[in-house]
Design a protein around this ligand. Structure first.
Ligand code: GTP
Ligand code: MG
Length: 323
């Protein structure tokens, strides 16, 4: 049985809240992707060259990325020939199986922040302007406060006017401690102050908000490596996690950003925001394919609890299964 049949059976039996969140948050992407796939299925019934060409187009239009699309289509074509499978529905199942397997084969499957045993766990959050860094930080802070952890926010984005204030508002709302610095001050020195405080007070989780200006890669690289050096001075193994935030609505541009960041700094995870705002939900697959870094969380809406742990099965179900 293919994955899609398996998921249909698994998720149709009992109402699963997590899957409901995904199907709701991904409705635009699903309408786009599954409608196109369904019309293709009706049009062809048996696969041929034109079918695969149209399928390729659908995948690329859904932001799955050209590289991954071509590879998966090749794999499916080969399987079709080898096992003499020409039925469109069967081929669609095989396609989804390959997409799933490709994601799994790319590396670790992590979601939740990995906490260290001793002392504060340090999470660095990077990404370009407007992708949803600050709100994601607030959502993550709430998640771990709700789990009983002590959380400290550090406003190292000192360059954008109002950035610190925005984080401060969240800290107040969440009743969470925060360290800020003056506008235009050195982000590393704010981080230093924050980590010193976290160490002294034995805070469980420190989340650092960093500005990500991509205009100049050398600058970004210098800034991030300085920040990492300073962080490691206070807590030797830190930062333990570095999450890159990518806005799903930016499509292939998001993939370009991800590659650029991966070149200048070590990333342990990606968070995809605004999945609810795009009809091209394939970006997750493209980023995983290009970077191999696990997608840790996914933003499925603007509300505080709309940030969910990434779950590949729910994601595929949310993308492909008609509702
Ligand atoms: N619909 C939707 N909106 C989101 C999501 N995540 C963030 N946003 C919105 O995106 C906008 C920008 O979010 P911020 O958190 O300010 O982004 P930022 O990266 O910190 O921006 P700068 O500090 O200006 O660089 C806000 O209006 C958020 O509510 C999401 O998952 N879904
Ligand atoms: Mg911000």
């Amino acid at each position: 049985m293919g994955l899609i049949s398996f998921l249909k059976e698994k998720f149709s039996k009992k109402k699963d809240e997590k899957v409901e969140n995904y199907t709701e948050g991904m409705s635009k992407s699903r309408q786009n992707f599954s409608n196109k796939l369904n019309s293709l299925t009706k049009k062809y019934k048996k696969v041929n060259q034109e079918y695969f060409e149209e399928l390729e187009e659908i995948l690329i239009e859904s932001d799955v990325g050209v590289k991954l699309t071509l590879r998966v289509i090749d794999e499916v074509l080969e399987e079709s020939k080898k096992n003499k499978i020409y039925d469109v529905e069967e081929i669609n199942e095989i396609l989804i199986d390959h997409i799933f397997k490709d994601y799994m084969d790319k590396g670790e499957q992590l979601t939740d922040v990995r906490f260290v045993n001793n002392g504060p766990t340090v999470l660095l959050v990077v990404g370009v302007n407007g992708v949803g860094k600050t709100t994601t930080i607030a959502k993550l802070a709430k998640r771990y406060i709700d789990k009983g952890k002590s959380v400290l926010l550090v406003a190292s984005d000192t360059f954008r006017a109002g950035a610190s204030e925005q984080l401060q508002i969240w800290a107040n709302r969440l009743n969470c401690d925060i360290v800020t610095g003056p506008y235009n001050s050195d982000p590393s020195s704010v981080a230093y102050d924050g980590l010193t405080k976290a160490k002294k007070e034995n805070i469980d989780l420190v989340i650092i908000d960093v500005a990500g200006r991509l205009q100049n890669k050398t600058n970004l690289m210098d800034e991030l490596s300085k920040l990492r050096r300073v962080i490691a001075k206070v807590i030797p193994e830190a930062p333990h996690e570095t999450f890159l935030i990518i806005d799903a609505t930016t499509g292939q541009n998001g993939v370009v950003q991800a590659k650029a960041f991966a070149e200048v700094t070590e990333l342990t995870g990606v968070v995809i925001t605004k999945m609810d705002g795009t009809s091209k939900g394939g970006i997750i697959l493209a980023i995983r394919d290009e970077l191999g870094v696990p997608v840790r969380f996914i933003g499925l809406g603007e509300k505080m609890d709309d940030l969910k742990e990434f779950d590949l099965e729910s994601y595929i179900y949310g993308l492909c299964v008609e509702k």
